[in-house]
Design a protein around this ligand. Sequence first.
Ligand SMILES: Cc1ncc(C[n+]2csc(CCOP(=O)(O)OP(=O)(O)O)c2C)c(N)n1
Ligand SMILES: [Mg+2]
Length: 408
Amino acid sequence: MASLARLRLSRTLPLRGVRTIQTSADTTQLHTTAPTDPAEPFTVKLDAESFRSYKCDGPELEVEVTKNQLLTMYRQMQLMRRMEMAADALYKAKLIRGFCHLAIGQEAVSVGLEHGIVPNDRVITAYRCHPFAVLRGGTVAGVLGELLGRKSGMSNGKGGSMHIFTPSFFGGNGIVGAQVPVGAGVAFAQKYMGEQNATFALYGDGASNQGQVFEAYNMAKLWNLPTIFVCENNKYGMGTSAERSSANTEYFKRGDTIPGLQVNGMDIIASLQAVRYARNWAVNEQKGPLLLEFVTYRYGGHSMSDPGTTYRTREEVQRMRSTQDPIRGLQRYIEEWGLATEQELKQLDKDAKAEVDAAVAEAKASPEPDVADLWTDIYFKGTEPPSMRGREREEVCFVSYIRGSSGN
Ligand SMILES: Cc1ncc(C[n+]2csc(CCOP(=O)(O)OP(=O)(O)O)c2C)c(N)n1
Ligand SMILES: [Mg+2]
């Protein structure tokens, strides 16, 4: 459809004569008629500018989706945004302290990623981690409880915003870039164990210049690991624009011998297709690592202490919100293709808000950890090891525990 949303973020890129990525949220067209059965697949066609590839062909523009899937993605993106908005309000009410980084505007990346992978794949990211934690098996109440430092939190209230995990989600990491080699290591384990899975290691445009990122690229390529390096290019690293920090802002081309794919990260259907392609590349075709760059945008500041308006204009943020929003983009598809009415989508919004309100109440009602909990673990429930060496004076040897002795 023709709309204001055709405006391209890529106009701001300084390189002349280089084809730029489409970053509008609503340029996908219905290819075949949408069926009445909500579970029956139908085909849509992405804008030709949705991807740019490097040393690979890139995905097909025709994407198979179902009504159920599109509605689920819509509800989940709304839920993620509502959760982050609740975190924002709780922070401003001084109920959340410390670091807190929100991903409002970037919902098509987390939700699109989740829909393109399987539960046994692995995901690891930096501190902007709340949506991934929920989508990978956590709950909104568990994330908000963690942010509030309550017992009901996913790390029992002792990890805080940046340190949330599930069995398939390796956090939540505060040291910029450090999660990238860890992600390559997780993929190494998958390959070593003969699993048919991949690891998606996410990092930002700011992190992308770190030496350890390139070290991880090298090992992953050398050993043909199923690692998908995912650069969430949201245009800024704290208050520094990508153009000011990176000599080469085409992050998908920075893997040297590792092929890459740049994708419109504001269109959830393009995001989904890119993730499917990447997973197929690493798992089914066993071609080793791939570098996936999502071109996206964060509406808020870097963290709660950053108003986000000193290094970019209010107009820029407003323009992105009003013309390229991923949730509004999917809403347009759903309405135009006759999959649901505006009223039905409003009801999904209301349901998401009610779920988040209930989660806030649940988290607030949970007590803070006991002082004795200073000595207990912070594992996601059900994944605790049977024993931890050195936790208490009596517990001196984990190895003897495994051998079947009493553990003393
Ligand atoms: C090793 C290290 N250096 C610096 C910091 C401070 N720091 C936190 S976030 C950040 C910017 C990272 O930006 P980017 O990778 O683009 O991620 P985004 O915040 O945009 O998601 C910096 C420099 C840190 N946490 N760790
Ligand atoms: Mg960034």
